[in-house]
Design a protein around this ligand. Structure first.
Ligand SMILES: [Zn+2]
Ligand SMILES: [Zn+2]
Length: 193
């Protein structure tokens, strides 16, 4: 019989929901990690989201999903973690952060505006992303093109250049927290004169 060797400590961080008040701040709920309790299998005290994020980082895990590879936005609604490409790993998260910065540099608002001008009618996020990817000669998966294009399109929508046509695909918490998968936009009609 061989002796038991000391096993390396595992750090499985778990998240448990606490009671969510009716008038909960939606942003804090979905993005801020509020109304949750955190624990690690090693027993480290994790009194708040910040402590859980630090512990994830120091144990080589993604600070967004705490190593679980997915995120529960509201109770019962789970999404793959976009920060670490659903690997749960800190090193992948860091590489992906750099890629997000790079995408923001090459996919400018001017470029997206130019692509959008080529559509006479409504267009989907995926169509714009594909066109951008083609025009820059980017291989699929090289840069987070979709998320960056989505951000720019939302900006153009906020400034009144675009109008969103689709209804949300998911109402996660009434109309306050909604999710669009591949939304449809249209260029806003030019003001007369
Ligand atoms: Zn731990
Ligand atoms: Zn993650």
């Amino acid at each position: 019989m061989t002796e038991h060797t000391t096993r390396p400590a595992t750090h499985t961080i778990t998240t448990r929901w606490q009671e969510i008040p009716e008038d909960a701040d939606e942003r804090a709920l979905v993005e801020g990690g509020a109304f949750r309790a955190f624990a690690c299998s090693c027993g480290a005290p994790l009194p708040a989201r910040v402590a859980a994020e630090l512990h994830a980082m120091e144990t080589g895990q993604c600070s967004a999903c705490l190593g679980s590879a997915d995120r529960e936005l509201v109770p019962g609604f789970v999404q793959r973690c976009a920060a670490c490409a659903a690997t749960g790993r800190r090193n992948v998260q860091l590489v992906w952060e750099v890629a997000h910065g790079e995408a923001a540099e090459v996919i400018t608002t001017a470029l997206v505006r130019e692509v959008v001008a080529g559509f006479s009618g409504p267009f989907r996020l995926s169509q714009v992303a594909d066109t951008v990817r083609e025009s820059l000669g980017l291989a699929r998966g090289r840069l987070p093109v979709g998320p960056r294009v989505r951000d720019v399109l939302r900006e153009l929508e906020a400034s009144g250049e675009l109008v969103m046509l689709s209804a949300p695909d998911e109402l996660l918490r009434g109309p306050a927290v909604v999710l669009y998968r591949d939304p449809l936009w249209q260029r806003a009609p030019l003001p007369p004169g």
